[in-house]
Design a protein around this ligand. Structure first.
Ligand code: CP
Ligand code: NVA
Length: 318
């Protein structure tokens, strides 16, 4: 991996007060430095006390990992969360976002927002005067991608020049993997059924941001996608909000299950990743999920460490 020229704190200090709406919001060096800080926090080599900062959680979709890892991350930094679930705030009764965002900016120090439309998130960032973090939208899941590449780095020792293969829907998770992978010099292959490819503008953005010759490649053949890869990743076939498409998608994706036969195509020491929650027997077999190659639960744990690093950077605690 490329060396960080001036140390983690110097590289991350420009992030103070910034939003994190897309994996493309940070530079390659900043993304590398965030993973380095996450590693230091995880190993206990670094302790950061932000002094009772408050993170507001606005989640319009269900969450286990993202919600709890943000709660624990800010607690470990000496702060706390407030739950601003729209069903219990005036947001649910139609209070405009621009009023809500300005009011919450006077109580909280940062907001983590999980919603459907990326435009809604961008609007929160526009009206809030505090850092706004993408806790998943239909377009991207950038906090997840940070955890994913930290897990890959732990397994391989380095990132640059390695290949991550993602089989399944060209969704929010695939989008952030392509962009974040490109910034870290990782080749990212996305294998999806016809009609379920990632958005062309996101593919173009990832290719534009690519460093160290990292290739972003698409295929409609799961075997071609996985061949020789260092990590094989999958996600649900129907994301939150697409539940009514489940049956149709099950038919379209039936050749894209990450089972032992498909995984055998990967490099001999390849690891298995999944952002969770998983549907065993659909996008991944129980055998692969529970195999010795799986790093899925390390990956889930890493959500905590990368988000702690992210909060410390955005809130200026370095
Ligand atoms: N991977 C992930 O974002 O999980 P949650 O939906 O449980 O937050
Ligand atoms: N693509 C999935 C990810 C869940 C963490 C979804 O959006 O539901």
């Amino acid at each position: 991996m490329a060396a960080i020229p001036h140390g983690v704190a110097a590289v991350l200090s420009p992030l103070k007060g910034r939003d994190f709406l897309s994996s493309s919001d940070f530079t390659s060096q900043q993304t590398i430095a965030l993973l380095e800080l996450a590693t230091q926090l995880k190993k206990g080599e670094r302790r950061i006390d932000l002094g009772n900062r408050v993170l507001g959680l606005i989640f319009t979709k269900a969450s286990t990992r993202t919600r709890v890892s943000f709660q624990v991350a800010i607690a470990r930094l000496g702060g706390q969360t407030v739950d601003l679930n729209p069903t219990v705030t005036q947001l649910g009764r139609g209070e405009p976002l621009e009023d809500t965002a300005r009011v919450l900016s006077r109580f909280c120090d940062s907001l983590a927002v999980r919603t459907f439309d990326q435009e809604e998130l961008v609007n929160y960032a526009k009206w809030a005067s505090i850092p706004v973090i993408n806790a998943l939208t239909d377009l991207e899941h950038p906090c997840q991608a940070l955890a994913d590449f930290l897990t890959l780095q732990e397994a391989l020792g380095t990132l640059e020049g390695h290949t991550l293969a993602y089989v399944g829907d060209g969704n929010n998770v695939a989008h952030s993997l392509m962009i974040c992978g490109a910034l870290l010099g990782v080749n990212v292959r996305i294998g999806s059924p016809v009609g379920f490819e990632p958005l062309p503008e996101v593919v173009a953005k990832a290719r534009e941001l690519s460093v160290a010759g990292a290739k972003i490649e698409l295929s409609n053949d799961p075997y071609e996608t996985v061949r020789g890869a260092n990590a094989v990743y999958t996600d649900v076939w129907a994301s939150m909000g697409q539940e009514e498409e489940q049956d149709v998608r099950q038919e379209s994706f039936k050749h894209f299950c990450l089972d032992k036969k498909l995984f055998t195509e990967a490099s001999p020491n390849a690891i298995v990743l999944h952002c969770l929650p998983a549907h065993r027997g659909e996008e991944i077999s129980a055998e692969v999920m529970e195999s010795a190659s799986s790093r899925i639960f390390e990956q889930a744990e890493n959500r905590l460490h990368v988000q702690q690093a992210l909060l410390a950077a955005l809130l200026g605690g370095l």
